[in-house]
Design a protein around this ligand. Structure first.
Ligand SMILES: [Zn+2]
Length: 1005
């Protein structure tokens, strides 16, 4: 019965397969001539289009992608601007590119064509008569390409080094979903029809050409082989050491030969054709014997002489890359594989069939990774032609898996990630990080901060960070995990089955799933839905370990969001003894035989992307059975998961009252971050001869939906404050404050959509005791703050709504003054970047503050301030002030740039009723100065007063500024105490809250 159903099922699936799957075929013949003086290509193309679909076609979509570089309205230009890349926005006309002279003929007859209504880099060719299923036609056109600057994207030239990619008119894919026409993008790759190419390239005779296909021109093969022999000799006799970059050096281009040469290349079973030309290229020629068929493939490496120190090893990397990828996925089906040295803006390298271009590599290790990765795309892109634009992970992710596996196989003890830190790693305890760890840390960073996106997503919808962190890193990780689960042998068998079935075809995600399930016999639904399609996080823990007379039963529990298989590793004296898998189901247990086993770990090899490894350990000794004992390190380090890590460093500090402070900073902040974090910095205050310092503990987590991250925390600090002390006395005891601040932060919004805005809601409480020798104050209160930030292209907008509440009790010895206040603040802030290359902006800001409730003593401390909060007005102790209760001198000039936003040192404009402030800041071109002007009004005990000022200064956002007033309204001018010198009016803005490393990392992400 079971068998019959299975057989029927197989039959049915083969049947549907043969009925629905089809693939169009396009065979090209192109003649092209490079003009290296005006950076153009003149060409004639003819392609045969075979309609294998069941649909009669009356038009075809043709990509004419050089037009993506034509103006700032193309999809490419828009994407670059959104990514803060101004290479097109401010390009000189000669740096742009386009395609023209198109004149399409179908089977020799003139045919009508037009631009796609939205994209000038897509043409719509209307056929004179429909192309019926099974029919073929010949389409021809001349074309001319202006080659853009290589700084923009993938097609381009850097001087006389040419990268000729996406350069010819090319039909879009027509598949079961219809036409897949798409504009060219930098972030977002390709989807193309398979077929054959016959391309003749004419260039000045002294160019070296690296290209898709097999060279069919004997003179050129001889030229290349002779060059390769010369290069080999130069490496042998060391004459390369003179090749240096720079003035008069080897990076200068030799004159182009006046005589031209035509080189012909042919290739079948590819879906693109790219070529590269450079007169400076050196050549390494090699050979690799394929592991399965033993067929031989020729390897070519082409590089500029001044890169010889790294590139002389390129032959080995090409050889090993082709060998291992063939071994694991299926033999390389072509005759040549080429890597060329090039400078492109699109990442570290770029793949094309048979030929890859490699960007500047800093070291030979980096060069190896990039060459192997790009060569690997001959499988995941070249031979398995999935739709990369929509399912980028199918290429980049599977390729990353193979790339990591290559490094781990060839260098089992590799510390690739640490090596890349160039000597810094061992100083901060990061000396053991491998190539695999790089992906682990990258993914963890985005997931821990709640900014990650699913693996299955359209390329253009990823944030640039996630395009790397998710498409490459996370997909590589999850397939490493799947490989670990299926076992190397079954995984390789399944990948070979996938390869066999889909070679030179267009597999979809479900085809990969079917192939892997069919081969492995396992249900992989959990993998292809929860892991591939969502941002749900994996977290398993060891819930119990029970000993019996035979050994141990280890139970695991799912405390994350994905139900998936987990591997439990059993150790004795630190050596792995046995591994067992607990299949899906939120709870499960496995039994290990052996009374002397002493340690059990979930996924000890870190193959599974478990976001919280602290609960993966159980050890049969010590006080803390589930975790290793505390490990103390200097400064900072990575999250090892199996250890309770603590980092220490000396801490120094200073302010007016404490003078100088010395102490120790202790924290557990790591990369990736822990859910629970603490920081304490106890210090000794020289000024007060007393304890000072600060601390913070917080717990963050990422809920499944709608909120990116929630953090609950408690901050505390105690320093000198100067109230109630004899001013400027070194001998009298100084006042001390103690502040306790519980807080809850919510980062709002769905994590899985690319957005240009961020929303944060924060609730912070405060209990502050100011203990002076003459009096003491107690303030209880807090604030609720909602912040919305939008940033796209040259515009930045933010709005902030905040409610402050204070309840204060001031005991000044003679009188006991109490009161409370509730103030509301609304701030709008708009910044326009009028000159992005120099980051020059125009800033416009408005703020309105309104008292909603007040009772008891009216107190300027608790009022609202046009000039922003002074240290005294920072009654919730949110900010770091160098002299928080000073009214004069350099310390008195420090204020926070908030509330009314005036850039004055005067306290004039403080109100318990209402304030309104508006501010303009203009960043002057060429010099690091700004001009500012402020205009505002405030309720001065029942009378509305108007205030303004203007001046110039230096400014770095709202965090740092020095302002020199030129002009002040009379009321402001008269508000300074008699005899105030000009320098006392120089305003200093210093807000260190926005400058803490954690906030900077989060802001950058
Ligand atoms: Zn790639």
């Amino acid at each position: 019965m079971k068998k019959a159903i299975l057989a029927f099922g197989l039959f049915a699936s083969t049947l549907t397969f043969s009925q629905t799957y089809f693939q169009q075929e396009v065979n090209y013949k192109i003649d092209v001539t490079l003009n290296d003086k005006d950076n153009t290509l003149s060409a004639f193309e003819e392609f045969e289009y075979i309609n294998n679909s069941g649909t009669a076609l009356d038009k075809i979509y043709i990509h004419i992608w050089p037009n993506a570089y034509k103006n700032t309205e193309t999809a490419l230009a828009h994407q670059l601007i959104d990514m803060n890349n101004n290479s097109m926005q401010f390009a000189e006309p000669e740096d742009l590119g386009w395609i023209d002279s198109l004149d399409f003929k179908v089977d020799g007859l003139e045919a009508k064509w037009e631009y796609h209504p939205d994209h000038i880099d897509i043409a719509v060719l209307h056929l004179n008569s429909v192309l019926k299923p099974g029919e073929k036609m010949k389409v021809s056109t001349p074309f001319k390409v202006k080659i853009p600057s290589g700084d923009i994207s993938r097609l381009g030239h850097v001087g006389e080094s040419f990268q000729i990619t996406q350069w010819y008119p090319k039909p879009a894919v027509f598949d079961k979903n219809g036409w897949n026409e798409m504009p060219y993008l930098t972030q977002g790759e390709f989807y193309s029809e398979y077929g054959s190419f016959d391309v003749s390239i004419t260039v000045p005779k002294n160019y070296v050409v690296g290209s898709t296909g097999d060279c069919q021109t004997p003179e050129e093969l001889e030229f290349m082989t002779t060059k390769a022999a010369e290069t080999a000799k130069k490496i042998e006799d060391g004459s390369f050491s003179k090749a240096k970059k720079g003035f008069g050096g080897a990076d200068e281009f030799p004159e182009s030969a006046t005589e031209m040469k035509t080189v012909r290349y042919t290739q079948s079973n590819v879906h693109d054709f790219a070529w590269f030309a450079d007169k400076r290229f050196e050549i390494l020629k090699g050979e690799v014997e394929l592991p399965h068929s033993k067929r031989k493939v020729t390897t070519w490496a082409m590089f500029v002489p001044y890169h010889h120190t790294t590139w002389q090893f390129a032959g080995e990397y090409l050889h090993d890359g082709v060998y291992y990828y063939s071994k694991w996925n299926g033999d390389y089906p072509y005759n040549n594989v080429t890597a060329v040295d090039g400078t492109i803006s699109a990442g570290g390298g770029m793949e094309y069939p048979n030929v890859t271009v490699i960007g500047n590599a800093q070291s030979k290790e980096q060069l190896e990774v990039v060459i192997v990765h790009e060569v690997g795309h001959n499988w995941f892109y070249g031979q398995l032609g999935s739709n990369e634009r929509e399912h980028a992970w199918m290429d980049e992710g599977l390729n990353t898996l193979n790339e990591v596996r290559y490094i781990q196989t060839k260098y089992p003890k590799n510390t690739r990630l640490s090596d890349m830190m160039m000597g810094f790693a061992d100083k901060v305890h990061l000396e053991h990080l491998s190539h695999h760890d790089m992906n682990d840390i990258t993914y963890n960073m985005t997931a821990e901060f709640g900014i990650d996106q699913p693996i299955e997503l359209h390329s253009a919808d990823y944030t640039p960070t996630n395009y790397g962190a998710i498409v490459y890193a996370k997909t590589g990780l999850v397939f490493t995990y799947l490989k670990d689960y299926l076992g190397d042998e079954d995984f390789d068998k399944a990948m070979s089955a996938y390869y066999d079935e889909w070679e030179f075809k267009h597999p979809q995600p479900e085809d990969l799933k079917t192939a892997l399930e069919k081969s492995s016999g396992k249900d992989l639904e959990w993998f292809f839905t929860d892991i591939i399609q969502t941002t749900k996080q994996i977290d398993y823990k060891i819930s119990s370990v029970k000993a019996d007379d035979k050994g141990f039963t280890v139970s695991v529990r799912n405390v994350g969001q994905i139900d998936c298989p987990v591997r439990v590793d059993a150790f004795r004296f630190g050596k792995l003894v046995e591994s067992k898998w607990v299949e899906r189901g939120s709870e499960g247990s496995v039994h290990f035989d052996g009374k002397t086993l002493d340690e059990f770990v979930i996924d000890a090899g870190k193959q599974m992307p478990d976001l919280n490894r602290n609960n993966n350990y159980w050890k049969d000794k010590g006080l803390f059975k589930r975790v290793e004992p505390m490990k103390v390190e200097f400064l900072f380090g990575d999250n090892e998961g199996d250890k309770n890590q603590m980092w220490m460093s000396p801490a120094l500090g200073g302010n007016k009252y404490d003078r100088f402070m010395i102490g120790i900073l202790i924290h557990n902040q790591t990369l990736p971050k822990n859910k629970f974090e603490y920081t304490v910095a106890p210090m000794f205050s020289i000024g007060r001869k007393n304890l000072a310092g600060f601390g913070d503990i917080n717990y963050s987590w990422v809920p499944a939906k709608h909120i990116k991250m929630i953090t609950l925390g408690l901050g505390a600090k105690t320093f000198g404050h100067g109230l109630g002390s004899a001013p400027d006395s070194l001998t009298s005891p100084r006042g001390t404050y103690y502040a306790f601040q519980p807080y809850a932060t919510f980062k709002l919004g769905k994590p899985d959509v690319r957005k240009f805005y961020k929303q944060t809601l924060k609730l912070q409480g405060a209990y502050v005791l100011e203990d002076g020798n003459l009096y003491s104050n107690t303030t209880m209160g807090g604030y609720l703050n909602y912040n919305f930030k939008y940033k796209k292209r040259r515009n930045e907008f933010s709005t902030n709504a905040r409610f402050d509440y204070f309840n204060y009790d001031s005991n000044a010895g003679l009188a006991n003054l109490t009161g409370q206040a509730l103030n509301a603040h609304l701030t709008l802030d708009y910044k326009f970047t009028y000159w992005p290359e120099q980051r020059k902006q125009l800033e416009v800001r408005a703020h309105i503050g309104q008292n909603l409730m007040t009772s008891g003593m009216q107190n300027a401390r608790y009022g609202m301030s046009l000039g922003g909060q002074s240290g005294t007005q920072d009654v919730l102790y949110e900010h770091w002030m160098m002299g928080r209760n000073e009214t004069s001198g350099i310390y008195g000039n420090q204020r926070i740039e908030n509330q009314g936003g005036f850039k004055t040192t005067s306290s004039y404009g403080t109100s318990n009723g209402m304030i309104f402030g508006s501010n303009l800041v203009f960043h002057i071109p060429y010099v690091p100065f700004v001009l500012y002007g402020d205009f505002g009004m405030f309720d001065n005990a029942g009378t509305m007063e108007t205030v303004y000022d203007a001046g110039a200064g230096i400014r770095f956002g709202e965090s740092f500024g020095v302002y020199f007033p030129f002009l002040e309204s009379d009321n402001l001018k008269n508000s300074y105490p008699a005899g105030t010198k000009y320098w006392s009016k120089i305003r200093l803005t210093l807000n260190m809250n926005g400058l803490r490393p954690g906030e900077l990392i989060q802001g950058a992400l």
